[in-house]
Write a protein that binds this ligand. Sequence first.
Ligand code: ZN
Ligand code: ZN
Length: 180
Amino acid sequence: MGEHASAIRVAEVMDRFGELSLRVRNRLWEHRLRATPSRIAVMAALARAPGLDRRDTETTAPGTDTPSIPGHLTVPGLQRAIETLDIPLDGVTVYRAVTTLTDVDLIHPVTIRDRASRYGLNHPRHHHAVCDTCGTLRSLPADDVTDLLTSAADLARFSLPDCGALTLHGRCTPCQSNHG
Ligand SMILES: [Zn+2]
Ligand SMILES: [Zn+2]
């Protein structure tokens, strides 16, 4: 106890996220991290962040059951998502959890010039598409491009991070229509 985070217990946080919290707790343990309220809350909130729902994409063949890829949140965005569930965690506690989870490669930052870093889960593996006009960030399924990237990286004698390394820059659909 003795820290702000102890205002809420692990069991209470897990209760808010239901079955998802068991998977999150196991992933923390796999990475030899203690399952604290803030780490569970950050991981679970990111798993629920709106991202790419593969059922919405034309490229998904019928009958394939590829999981959706969650979205990315800034630290203040994470804090809001956690507050919505009535979990009291201050910004410093959330920030510390984000730093720890980044250090062990459970989550990754996406940094776009002039904007606050956004964080996402490393799994499922994905790449990123960024709109240079409005800053919209979309997750891209990694399957299609990973082999290509790996051979390109081999040629350049680079090794790629596990979470997916590619960030495409372009314009999202609304920005395309705004600018002709
Ligand atoms: Zn990501
Ligand atoms: Zn845009």
